[in-house]
Design a protein around this ligand. Structure first.
Ligand code: PMP
Length: 286
């Protein structure tokens, strides 16, 4: 089946979808994005993603070409047209395509934002990584200082994934001033003596939508949560480690820089959080 994508108001076969070479997303990474997961043909936490999108746009003084209600409708229409049961919807908004390349932002009255959405089929609930656990390496965090804005500047995270791959690992945790910030495309956690530890929110990390849900669910299940930074050494000596993101949900981390975490198998708390997160997501998806 040919994938149907959405570009600036039109639903098109993917091969017919076109963007200008002057688009600032292409020339300057002047754009923001969101990924919303789909379970049972329904959107998981659409509201959380829509709110974060609005915040990213506001922080960059970028106009949204659609209202959040229209955005929900576009997401649903793409799910319908592509018969998507499980996977994700990628959304990107850029500052549009001015007449020429220029560092200054174009006048939004003359240059409307560009909006693109497409579906991605992916096995989420039964991903093998969830039962096996993943291995991570540590790398220096060399990203810009506004990681709370979900921009499309993903070159360093891509390089991080390649560094992990070259080392035979699945992903990389980034470290700044001796403490873990987050994974290349996920938030990072450890568990010690039953306590869930994850870095506090600031401009240093992306405010994960899955992070917010998982921490709320952990507290509702009477688990103790401590929001603070931690070092790689502390993580290697933890009882468990795990990551969260919209498309991985909760995935256990079983090795860090070659050192086994806990028993070297997915931890009990990580697996329990994954279970309750999927259960609630299925129940509340729209
Ligand atoms: N941190 C980074 C750097 C990410 O790219 C992502 C995924 N987009 C996350 C955290 C997790 O965020 P979410 O739970 O909203 O997918």
């Amino acid at each position: 089946m040919t994938r149907t994508v959405y570009v600036n108001g039109e639903y098109l076969p993917e091969a017919d979808a076109k963007i200008s070479i002057f688009d600032r997303g292409f020339l300057m990474a002047d754009g923001v994005y969101e990924v919303t997961s789909v379970l049972d043909g329904k959107l998981v936490d659409f509201d959380g993603h829509a709110k974060r999108l609005e915040r990213s746009l506001t922080e960059l003084d970028m106009a949204s070409p659609v209202t959040m209600d229209e955005l929900l409708e576009i997401h649903r229409e793409l799910v319908r047209r592509n018969d998507l049961t499980e996977g994700g919807i990628y959304l990107q908004i850029t500052r549009g395509a001015p007449a020429d390349r220029d560092f200054a932002f174009p006048d939004p009255e003359e240059t409307p934002s560009t909006i693109v959405l497409f579906t991605q089929v992916k096995n989420l609930a039964n991903a093998p990584a969830a039962t096996k656990g993943i291995s991570v390496i540590s790398i220096e965090d060399q990203r810009w200082a506004r990681r709370d804005i979900k921009t499309v500047q993903l070159l360093y995270p891509s390089m991080g994934k390649m560094m992990a791959k070259a080392a035979g690992a699945d992903d990389a945790w980034m470290v700044e001033d001796g403490q873990v910030t987050e994974g290349t495309s996920n938030n990072a956690y450890i568990v010690k003596d039953g306590k869930i530890i994850t870095r506090q929110l600031s401009n240093d990390i992306l405010h994960g939508i899955t992070r917010a849900a998982v921490l709320r669910l952990a507290k509702e299940a009477q688990m103790v949560v401590e929001e603070r930074g931690f070092t790689i050494e502390e993580a290697q000596q933890a009882d468990e480690a795990f990551i969260t993101s919209a498309t991985t949900f909760v995935q256990p981390v079983v090795s860090i820089d070659g050192a086994t975490v806990g028993e070297g198998t997915p931890g009990r708390i990580a697996l329990r959080l994954r279970e309750i997160y999927i259960e609630e997501s299925r129940a509340k998806a729209i």
